[in-house]
Design a protein around this ligand. Structure first.
Ligand code: ADP
Ligand code: 5GP
Length: 207
């Protein structure tokens, strides 16, 4: 069977719980998945560490990285650049890890275009009110930033039908298990296993 890992994109409105889900998934299935660490021009939040949540950088260095072809995709979101460094993703896929990109909608569509086999998942909150309560409860953004992100969430709704799956983050553990099952099911699709199917057919003919 194909040992190369697959590419998975996880998107969702700010405050839905993407970061929390990713942490939990990686804790439970560290051997299966690799989480890409993005580059951003946004300032670190209290507690965020360089190279863990993001590689924090300025606009000039970010634009140099774009010019060098060092990013698989990038986008501007609420006034800052965010992008996916190419090298780590390629190395992990070669090593057989399924690589998860936790990125916003414009980047997600760029990745799907470049790599059509990418699985796109959109994490939904159980309700709009819950989303608002979660982002406020996190306490890491000003009211102004929360307002910009909620307005962006309205725009992002237009893109959701272009995703392959939605997940509802109500019970965290249930959501993490669903994500894992969807990925594992995708890996067993006939389309992804054409070479293996052909190999068995060849062996049968030779028997
Ligand atoms: P995102 O990465 O999507 O912006 P976070 O992972 O930072 O969101 O989550 C936003 C807030 O919601 C955090 O305070 C987190 O603890 C909380 N949260 C995440 N998932 C759940 C859940 N299933 N139930 C309740 N609270 C949650
Ligand atoms: P935050 O500032 O809350 O960490 O992230 C803001 C948004 O940027 C989220 O929707 C997150 O998924 C997205 N994002 C994070 N990294 C990347 C990236 O490398 N590329 C793109 N296109 N979006 C990203």
């Amino acid at each position: 069977m194909d040992q190369r890992g697959i590419l998975i994109v996880v998107s969702g409105f700010a405050g839905t719980g993407k970061g929390t889900i990713m942490k939990r998934l990686l804790q439970s299935y560290a051997d299966s998945y690799a989480l890409s660490v993005s580059m951003t021009t946004r300032a670190p939040r209290p507690g965020e560490q360089e190279g863990v949540e993001y590689f924090f950088t300025d606009r000039r260095a970010f634009e140099e990285k774009i010019a060098d072809g060092g990013l698989i995709e990038y986008a501007s979101y609420c006034g800052n650049y965010y992008g996916t460094p190419r090298e780590y993703v390629e190395r992990q896929m070669e090593a057989g890890k399924d690589v998860i990109l936790e990125i916003e909608v414009q980047g997600a569509l760029q990745v799907k275009k470049k790599f059509p086999g990418t699985v796109l998942m959109f994490v939904m909150p159980p309700s709009a009110r819950t989303l608002y309560d979660r982002i406020r409860g996190r306490g890491t953004e000003t009211d102004e930033v929360i307002g910009a992100r909620m307005r962006r969430a309205v725009e992002e709704c237009e893109y959701i039908p272009r995703y392959d799956y939605i997940l509802v983050n109500d019970d965290l553990e249930a959501c993490v298990e669903q994500m894992h099952h969807i990925i594992q099911s995708e890996k067993m699709s006939t389309a992804r296993n054409a070479a293996f199917i052909e190999e068995i057919a060849r062996e049968l003919r030779a028997l």
